[in-house]
Write a protein that binds this ligand. Structure first.
Ligand SMILES: Nc1ncnc2c1ncn2[C@@H]1O[C@H](COP(=O)(O)OP(=O)(O)OP(=O)(O)O)[C@@H](O)[C@H]1O
Ligand SMILES: [Mg+2]
Length: 281
């Protein structure tokens, strides 16, 4: 994204997760995760409660450490100085912000510009222009001077996305960002995220339980339950009964037959794993 009018070369691969496993409190919660993400992709991560979605995001962010495997962000380790600011976290709590927080939309977005190298530049003209441009991108011009606590869940989520953009994040990581956001705001928020991918070349990883909404929006779906059981286009995403089989849930009425999707057969994969390659837009 060229918010600062600098030329940023969009690298093809922005994230590479290889053979990742993570142990939490002595238990392996995710294993054999392989995920390669390119610039401009909008990826929806779905799966059952406890399937490891948040664990994966926290490990990508560098908060949790891999037990085995590697994570490379722009070919650097998470949390390394080359990565700081390039990956932005939009927390779910953005929509549940306490009413005690007395901060305006513009101030929150301005805080996003506070990265180490620009700490003393916060009031410089370039930063002010950047903040105004972002307020426009997230569509909050009319409430720029309004306190966040008085805004709707969707508007707060937009402001939180704006803060991530202000740090010039190339990858935006979101864990359940639609919780507490009404349906209309959810749709426009998803449209905003889609635009960020198409027009600004941002890469988005979004965890959501809202399968039907996410399926209509993202470019690529990842189904995670301890390991990745589906990675591919939204159009080929398994239906509910196939998903149940992916999870090892068998019908009480029919005899169990192992799951074989078209791509599964072609690729001779583990019968409960469907990985149809990188999903196209
Ligand atoms: N702080 C923790 N310490 C130990 N184990 C944890 C911790 N947090 C989560 N876990 C365990 O790790 C596994 C994966 O949890 P995680 O929160 O990543 O799943 P999730 O897919 O994000 O679930 P949800 O959809 O409910 O948010 C679960 O078995 C969970 O109990
Ligand atoms: Mg979670």
């Amino acid at each position: 994204m060229d918010l600062t009018n600098e030329i940023i070369v969009c690298q093809n691969q922005v994230l590479d997760v290889s053979n990742l496993s993570v142990i939490r409190s002595g238990t392996q919660v995710i294993h054999d995760i392989n995920l390669s993400v390119s610039c401009g992709e909008f990826i929806g991560i779905v799966g059952p409660n406890g399937g490891g979605k948040s664990t994966l995001l926290l490990t990508i962010l560098g908060i949790l450490k891999p037990n085995t495997g590697t994570i490379r962000i722009f070919d650097h380790e998470p949390m390394s100085k080359n990565v700081i600011g390039k990956i932005g976290w939009v927390p779910q709590t953005a929509s549940n912000l306490s009413s005690n927080v007395q901060i305006t939309v513009r101030e929150l977005i301005q805080l996003g510009t506070l990265k180490s190298k620009s700490y003393f530049q916060i009031y410089r003209k370039k930063n002010r222009e950047l903040v105004e441009k972002i307020i426009g991108i997230v569509g909050l011009e009319e409430v720029a001077n309004t306190r966040l606590s008085t805004l709707s869940g969707g508007q707060r989520q937009r402001a939180a996305i704006g803060k991530a953009l202000a740090s010039e994040a190339e990858i935006i990581v979101m864990d359940e960002p639609m919780v507490g956001v009404d349906r209309d705001s959810r749709n426009s928020l998803l449209k905003l995220l889609d635009n960020l991918c198409h027009e600004e070349n941002k890469t988005i990883l979004m965890v959501s339980h809202d399968l039907s909404t996410i399926k209509q929006t993202v470019h690529r779906m990842v189904y995670l339950e301890e390991t990745i059981r589906y990675d591919g286009s939204t159009s080929e995403f398994p239906d509910l009964s196939s998903l149940a089989k992916l999870r090892g849930i068998t019908s009480t009425h029919n005899e169990y037959s192992s799951v074989k999707s078209k791509s599964d057969k072609d690729k001779k994969l583990d019968p409960i794993t469907i990985v149809s390659g990188k999903g196209g837009v």
